[in-house]
Write a protein that binds this ligand. Structure first.
Ligand code: SAH
Length: 334
């Protein structure tokens, strides 16, 4: 629950709303996992809390470790599983979290969408992804990217609550500028997201500069085409003044031609943005190949020459299938 919802809860049981802050402190700062450990709230109220809430601890089912990266398979209360990936950067520890069990977006290159969406990951479960992994490693997570399994804007309300909970100074106190939401382009939600009072980073999975190609790679483009997507991003930029990231996976001879780079530069000209080129991670059963280093560098150069800010994504975890597009929910219950 967000602090505001918890305050309303306390008011509804005729208690003072400041108790919500106390509870936030117990849960997120003192990190208790049992209501009986609370010492400054009276017994009857504790009993009431126990009957209305429970601690939803995610169980770590499997952990795989590589240099600078750890991948976790986490079991939810209904035995469904999701994955989260912890990456060590020089600026801190960044956690990539899942927002849905499975995904309905069906992007042709992505492993995560091979299992249909089974349900939303609740805001509290997303918070638990952070807490479970902080507890396991003993490190503080300073950055969160919502780039794991699922389409965050297909689970919009939980995402916004999640941001409110982790950003709250009485709780985990994660700076909103340290949170990034990545979407395949659910346009109405980009408009809504532009109006929330948090300075969260937005990343867009673009992957193609023309409708023809993008619709082949990403079915969502048939619903919200590139023009409508760019319109919504202009609105986001006008409201937030925050630079947008465009993610662009490099698929050999599919979207990495020099002409694609030119089209992309034309499309993004004048937008406050940068392009993050992602070397494609080949996954089982999907036929695309990763672009060669030379083709990636040529693409990069063309964008640079056309004054588009561009970076090539550092690679994490491909050995343990923890890289972008390789995460998956297991179909069976564990
Ligand atoms: N649904 C959201 C969140 C997933 S983010 C979104 O589409 O943005 C995961 C990122 O990895 C997306 O940019 C996605 O397009 C990209 N991706 C998917 N499969 C990949 C693969 N095999 N190799 C590299 N990147 C991939």
């Amino acid at each position: 629950m967000t602090l505001e919802k918890l305050e309303d809860y306390f008011l509804s049981i005729n208690e003072k709303k400041y108790k919500a802050r106390q509870l936030f402190d117990w849960i997120y700062v003192k990190k208790i996992d049992n209501f009986d450990n609370i010492t400054n709230i009276k017994k009857e109220v504790i009993e009431k809390l126990k009957s209305d809430f429970y601690f939803d601890k995610l169980e770590i089912v499997k952990k795989e470790v590589d240099v600078d990266v750890k991948k976790y398979l986490l079991k939810l209360h209904d035995d469904r599983t999701i994955e989260a990936v912890l990456m060590e950067h020089d600026y801190g520890n960044s956690l990539c979290i899942s927002s849905e069990v499975g995904c309905n977006m069906n992007c042709s290159f992505c492993e995560s969408g091979k299992i249909k969406k089974q349900r939303n990951v609740e805001s509290g479960e997303m918070v638990s992804e952070i807490m479970a992994i902080e507890k396991d490693t003993g490190v503080r997570i300073s950055h969160v990217v919502i780039m794991g399994i699922g389409e965050p804007f297909d689970n919009y309300d939980n995402i916004v609550d999640f941001i409110a909970i982790v950003n709250n100074p009485f709780g985990i106190n994660l700076g909103s500028r340290h949170i990034t939401v990545s979407t395949c382009g659910i346009v109405p939600k980009i408009y809504e997201f532009s109006d929330i009072p948090y300075q969260v980073n937005l990343a867009i999975s673009l992957h193609a500069p023309t409708d023809n190609l993008r619709s082949k790679l990403m079915p969502i483009n048939k619903v919200y085409n590139i023009e409508s997507l760019i319109e919504s991003i202009k609105y986001y930029l006008s409201k937030t003044n925050r630079r947008v990231t465009f993610e662009y996976i490099m698929l050999d001879k599919v979207n990495d031609n020099p002409s694609d780079a030119m089209e992309l530069a034309k499309l993004l000209k004048g937008l406050n943005c940068y392009v993050n080129l992602i070397p494609y991670n080949e996954t089982s059963g999907i036929e695309y190949k990763r672009s060669s280093k030379t083709r990636i560098l040529e693409f990069y150069d063309t964008l640079k020459k056309n004054n588009i800010n561009v970076t090539i994504r550092r690679e994490f975890g491909s050995k343990i299938s923890a890289a972008c597009g390789q995460l998956k929910s297991s179909k069976e219950k564990v």
